[in-house]
Design a protein around this ligand. Structure first.
Ligand code: AMP
Ligand code: MG
Length: 420
């Protein structure tokens, strides 16, 4: 088992010179927030906008409802004329026409008349109230009204829901199903949303076989490509996975430059540390800027963050757990920012007591996989960086701040849940 970054003693890479110093997670997050900003917008037909991020505030171009309309089935009346009506003293009217949704009654309601009306139909001229069906009796053209119905009763006024010019949805809103419904109601046929970030993943490692292949000899299937594609998708990006690529400097350089050309952000899986075959950090430094290399985050310390031609390039450790952790903290944040989403971890946190103590090391933020059993938090015993099943068995993770040695049994901790 490869326990890199997981042992409690100071981690040392036997193949390389190690990291002289590691950036704090907070500093890396601040760098990402400073240097990565939202992409431009694109305009989509409303039917494709669900789940996308509004690029500008949505303002109602027209009122909802657009006209005064019946809120009940019954009769459109001149409200004043119904005053005094009761079942002992019904008032008789003449039914002069019918109004249905989409088919308004062209005949105005003159004194002594009513118009039969269905919910949602435009109120005919002259009428100012709707007597509900239950308060009437009809015989031929004669309608007896048995309830006083003052002006305005059972009428939805034009603009009573939304007046024209109202801000209906703020910028950066992730559009919900009901949001696209409301946009439709105010006549927004197209909406400006933030373009989805295109993210290329370069999977590197001589030992890797294509995802899902049977392991052969000492070669293993790539786990990170499919996992990262799913994470990118979750965070609103469009992933493209390249590889597995061999640990070859020239091959990686060509792939990296091409990826920078085609994508808004590039992730490199594997070869991110300081060993002789870890080419990615040097390439980012040579082709652009390696802003961070080495982070005080367990189990993802061999992570890097840089830029080539202004585009973020994130170096993710090959160990699948480290890769997931580094993605969520750094790559995901950059992608979420590019796509106009909230940058924070896209997990819900709940506060629960620890069933056992959780041991950590001072000087590094710890990403500890845990299970929630009977409303208590159980740290997973086998949780080395290479044990991807520690994340599938876990319900989520607890972050132990770098200044703490861990938490005592019974402490209340925040658990970030993998599931929604
Ligand atoms: P590296 O970061 O390239 O030094 O890789 C660290 C460890 O993670 C090694 O044991 C690799 O075999 C393993 N590893 C690297 N990339 C992947 C991958 N895409 N899928 C599964 N394991 C990987
Ligand atoms: Mg490797």
């Amino acid at each position: 088992m490869d326990n890199r970054g997981e042992s409690s003693s100071e981690w040392h890479d036997p193949r390389g010179r190690g990291f002289r110093d590691r950036a704090s997670v907070a500093d890396v997050l601040a760098l990402i927030d400073r240097r990565v900003s939202e992409l431009e917008s694109e305009t989509l037909p409303l039917g494709e906008a669900y789940g996308r991020i509004l690029a500008e505030p949505a303002v109602a171009g027209s009122p909802v409802p657009p006209f005064d309309r019946a809120a009940m089935d019954g009769y459109a009346v001149r409200g004043e004329e119904t005053f005094g009506a009761s079942s002992y003293n019904p008032i008789a009217f003449r039914c002069a026409g019918e109004a249905f949704p989409g088919r308004r009654c062209r005949v105005p309601v003159i004194p002594g008349d009513v118009v039969a009306i269905a919910t949602g139909a435009a109120l005919p001229a002259g009428a100012d109230a709707v007597v509900k069906h239950e308060a009437t009796q009809r015989t031929g053209d004669v309608v007896l009204v048995t309830e006083p119905t003052p002006p305005g009763r059972h009428v939805g006024r034009a603009g009573e829901d939304i007046t024209a010019g109202t801000l209906i949805l703020p910028r950066s809103r992730m559009l919900r199903p009901q949001d696209v419904g409301v946009l439709s109601a105010v006549g927004a046929a197209r909406v400006a949303v933030v373009r989805r970030p295109r993210v290329t993943v370069l999977v590197t490692g001589d030992e890797l076989l294509p995802a899902g292949s049977p392991a052969v000899g000492d070669r293993i299937p790539d786990m990170n490509g499919v996992m990262l594609a799913a994470l990118i998708h979750r965070d609103g990006g469009t992933p493209a996975v390249v590889g597995p690529l061999p640990d070859d400097r020239d091959r990686l350089e060509r792939a990296l430059l091409q990826a920078v050309e085609n994508a808004d952000a590039v992730l490199v899986s594997g070869g991110s540390s300081t060993g002789p075959e870890d080419y990615a950090p040097g390439l980012v430094r040579a082709c652009g800027e390696l802003a961070v290399h080495g982070v005080a985050l367990r189990p993802a310390s061999p992570s890097g963050f840089g830029f080539i031609r202004g585009k973020p390039v994130v170096l993710l450790p090959g160990n699948p757990v480290s890769c997931l952790c580094a993605y969520d903290f750094f790559a995901g944040r950059a992608i979420r920012r590019l796509g106009g989403r909230r940058p924070d971890l896209p997990y819900r946190a709940i506060s629960l007591p620890l069933a056992r103590k959780l041991v950590s090391v001072v000087g590094r933020l710890d990403y500890a996989r845990v299970r929630v059993v009977d409303s208590q938090v159980e740290p997973l015993a086998i949780s080395g960086a290479s044990i991807l099943s520690s994340t599938t068995r876990a319900d989520g993770f607890v972050l132990v701040p770098s200044e703490l040695e861990g938490y005592a049994a019974g402490s209340m901790v925040s658990v970030w849940l993998y599931d929604e």
